[in-house]
Design a binder for this molecule. Structure first.
Ligand SMILES: [Cu+2]
Length: 508
């Protein structure tokens, strides 16, 4: 029985029949031990694997599968009024007493601090930044401490925080603490509440955050905001959130206008052609990797100049549990697949990673997942298109027929080729040379463009293979192994490997 059939029959079958399927479930060895391409046998039993890879399922886990929500298989719905409804209150593995899960903003550093007489002292320098947002593609922007976005400030509700801001820009600036309820002289609204920090000068902000939530800091000069001057300001609650999560990810979405043959952002331009998540553009965005069954929080912030982002996650239903203001009461959490996040807003999503695989996480605006779309130099027409018929007589030119199959009858201008970066071997090496990419399909970078990344949900043994071991893994091997265990391997097709070499992954 394929996993899909198992899933369907599970919906129909009673508890007793399904329990038999779980008992028959066998743990499969890791992809590294065998080449799944040679082994098209579907995994036996139900489409689940236990936590820890080889450990037996505990009685409580099994009961949870029938009483309520299983963290090991895609949601079965349940009564919308129940606390199990698509995992609403299913906790992570991490216990609340351990404190908040570490906040991870891929591709962005954390800002260190020193303790001085009970104050957490952070140092922020406003600096020009040259960021490699795609392999070989540079953008000249503004940021903090040499980074765009700036490094993450992480604190706890009730901390006494001093931020020493030094302006190393060639122009005046000020820094605003977006969302914090603070003393007005520390608000950072340029001219309104303080004099500008002149180049070379310092200003000391003192903050006493009594609130918790997802905040950010940014320049309060519009042109500088368009230049990317922003960073996370995460304030963890003094009392840990319930239910506790295992992962706490943060992604800043931005748009930039970069004219051809330049690297400097045009802060006047409103036609945004390059798009970044935490300062990188797909396929250079670093995937979020978690273990099967974990409770995952993803905080998403939109710091684009003027455009909103409908953020869509595949394969899971998530709960919107907070915005930049604070955590939302559980009674008002919203189950979604797509969350629209407007400029200067942040949304917090929580989900049970109950569906193993590599799942697209992206803005759904098509132009935001296409990047610049054309090369900087050269025609947009397809190479073999003959436009003479259409341009010979502009009065009576033949209609463009998009269905034309005749050889040489490619309508002029179609197809409009989508282009992100040049995928030469050196660029691809950089894309693949991150452990988070290990074992993904060789063609994954062909679709991960612009505001696009992936959430990888890996069974425990595969998680260890990818994130904790240095074993080479063939491209596509981890993905194929997941299909073999949880999907229908007989219908699965491996991705062609050409041109997709480089990096830590072994294989061809
Ligand atoms: Cu968008």
């Amino acid at each position: 029985m394929s996993a899909a059939e198992a899933r369907r029959s599970f919906l129909k079958a009673g508890t007793a029949a399904a329990a038999g399927a779980f008992a028959a479930n066998a743990v499969r060895p890791a992809a590294a031990q065998e080449n799944p391409r040679q082994d098209p046998t579907p995994a036996p039993g139900a489409p689940t694997d236990p936590p820890g890879g080889a450990q037996p399922r505990g009685e409580n886990d099994v009961r949870a599968d029938y009483d309520g929500f299983s963290r090991y298989q895609p949601s079965r719905g349940n009564d919308p009024d129940s606390k199990w409804y698509i995992g609403k209150e299913v906790p992570g593995f991490r216990r609340g007493e351990e404190g908040p899960a570490p906040f991870i903003a891929p591709d962005v550093e954390k800002l260190p601090y020193t303790m001085e007489n009970g104050w957490k002292v952070f140092r922020l320098n406003c600096t020009p930044v040259r960021r490699e947002f795609l392999p070989g593609y540079y953008i000249d922007v503004y940021g903090f401490n040499g980074s765009m976005p700036g490094p993450t400030i992480e604190a706890t509700q009730g901390d006494k925080i001093r931020v020493i801001v030094k302006n190393d820009l060639p122009e005046p600036t000020s820094v605003h603490w977006h969302g914090l309820e603070l003393s007005v002289q520390d608000d950072g609204a340029s001219h309104l509440t303080q004099n500008m920090i002149e180049p070379g000068k310092e200003y000391v902000y003192e903050l006493h955050p009594h609130e918790e939530g997802t905040f950010f800091y940014h320049s309060h000069v519009a042109m500088q905001e368009t230049f990317g001057m922003v960073g996370w300001f995460i304030i963890h609650p003094r009392k840990p959130f319930d239910p506790p999560v295992d992962r706490d990810f943060g992604l800043i979405f931005q748009n930039f206008r970069i004219d051809p043959m330049t690297t400097v952002v045009d802060s006047w331009g409103m036609d945004f052609n390059w798009h970044t998540i935490n300062g990188r553009s797909g396929p250079y965005t670093t995937p979020l990797v978690c273990r099967h069954g974990e409770r995952v929080r993803i905080r998403i912030m939109d710091f684009s100049p003027i455009q909103h982002h409908p953020i869509h996650l595949h394969g899971h239903t998530f709960w919107v549990t907070g915005h930049e203001g604070a955590r939302v009461p559980k009674t008002a959490w919203i189950p979604r697949n797509t969350e629209l996040i407007a400029v200067a807003q942040a949304s917090t999503l929580e989900l049970i990673a109950n569906n193993p695989g590599d799942w697209a996480l992206h803005c759904h605006m098509t132009h935001h997942m296409m990047n610049h779309m054309v090369q900087h130099v050269g025609p947009r027409l397809r190479g073999q298109a003959d436009t003479e018929r259409y341009t010979a007589n502009l009065e009576t030119r033949p209609a463009v027929d998009l269905n034309s199959k005749a050889l040489g009858e490619v309508p002029p201008g179609y197809p409009q080729m989508m282009q992100g970066m040049k995928m030469d071997p050196r660029a691809m090496e950089k894309v693949w040379n991150r452990r988070e990419m290990k074992g993904m399909r060789a063609t994954a970078p062909k679709t991960i463009h612009g505001l696009f990344t992936a959430l990888r949900v890996l069974p425990d043994d595969l998680y260890r293979l990818v994130m904790e071991s240095d074993e080479p893994v063939e491209k596509g091997a981890v993905f194929a192994e997941i299909v073999r265990r949880f999907g229908d391997y007989g219908r699965y097709q491996w991705a062609p490997m050409m041109n997709m070499n480089g990096g830590m992954n072994g294989g061809e």
